[in-house]
Design a protein around this ligand. Sequence first.
Ligand SMILES: Cc1cc2nc3c(=O)[nH]c(=O)nc-3n(C[C@H](O)[C@H](O)[C@H](O)COP(=O)(O)OP(=O)(O)OC[C@H]3O[C@@H](n4cnc5c(N)ncnc54)[C@H](O)[C@@H]3O)c2cc1C
Length: 379
Amino acid sequence: MKKVPKIIIVGAGPVGCYLGQLLKQSGFDPLLLEEHAEVGKPVQCAGIVGRGIFEEMRLPISQKSILNKIDGSKVYFNGSSFDLHRSRVAYIISREIFDKELSSGLNIEFNTHLREVSKIKDGYLLKTNNGEYYADIVVGADGPNSRVRKSLGFSSDMKLYRGYQYRLKMSPKEQNYVEVHYVKPFSLFTWIIPEGNGTARVGTISNNPYQELNNFIEKSNLQAEIIEKNAGAIPIGTCQLVKNSAALVGDAACQVKPITSGGLYYGMKAAEFLADAIKEENLHLYEAKWTEEFEQEIKICLLARNILENMGEDVSKRIFSYMKDNVNLIEKIGDFENHSSILWSLVLNPRTYPTIGTLLMGMIKNPKFIMRSLFRVPR
Ligand SMILES: Cc1cc2nc3c(=O)[nH]c(=O)nc-3n(C[C@H](O)[C@H](O)[C@H](O)COP(=O)(O)OP(=O)(O)OC[C@H]3O[C@@H](n4cnc5c(N)ncnc54)[C@H](O)[C@@H]3O)c2cc1C
């Protein structure tokens, strides 16, 4: 009889749990190691996801976690703004419920913190605060500061950004629209997300999110009771996915959208590719499928992000006003999960040429930045 490999997934976040469910369905019996005492806490997420999470995943995702449905966004930068409309484009979820449902029925060892993993003869030895574990296959689904990634020396060029969020007792005027206030278009921003129940999530992703968020709240005069504080890291960049019989998935593997910093859709899709590769006994199929489906999209968005982050305020204003003039196009071709299609159609439109000219002028003045952007040389 064929030996079933012993699989250990480090991290019972949404991606590790979804992978666990997929493997269980294929006849494996994975063990998850989770450092916290329960799944879904602490929350480190704004909880906005495209409908695709509920419609496109291979396993049915229960709708119990959905708190509100979103019809578009109000986008602000430097005193200017525009609105984007699309009915039911995104859902606001309770991450605690979402994660807990994904973990149902899985074999999870709680309060187990992985300290180190090392390659031994035919498998892996995992050292934790709860003793040692052996695995034939080890998967790091242990988030942005992945211990598996560091211990096994996966290569990566990621940069960690920080997010800070309050849940406030307040009802934004528009219950089905999110507000996005750019600090730097189109990567660093503050959001107001209505949960639809008299509570809103107000948060920032930026280089100094705590300060930025408090300044925003003061400036906007949002005098409301804080009922919860959340903070976390967002990995942006690329990462090696497979090394011998070990793999990374989700935030551990930097599978995050470079423009909006959303990680749930990519991470869960990647879990499906990884589960297939484990079933086929060839982890490299996971890398190949990920490259085929998402690598180009991520590279284009990383390049755009890198360019935009390094431009001065005059160029940012010009790009924002160009986006504002093209709202209809963005509404027509914009996709919650795929952003390169918008970038391409804007770049290929002759009306963008003056804006691109300004961008190129900015880049020529900074040759080091051109090298970093094009060849992704680590800082
Ligand atoms: C402020 C903020 C807002 C965000 N908003 C959104 C959003 O609106 N939409 C969206 O799609 N994404 C959002 N994200 C990103 C999203 O939260 C992540 O992409 C998602 O949680 C990734 O899931 P994961 O399972 O890969 O990792 P995680 O959710 O980080 O789960 C990793 C798990 O591993 C465990 N773990 C870590 N280290 C160890 C260890 N050494 N031993 C044992 N266990 C360990 C952790 O306790 C955790 O349970 C946001 C992130 C932040 C920080």
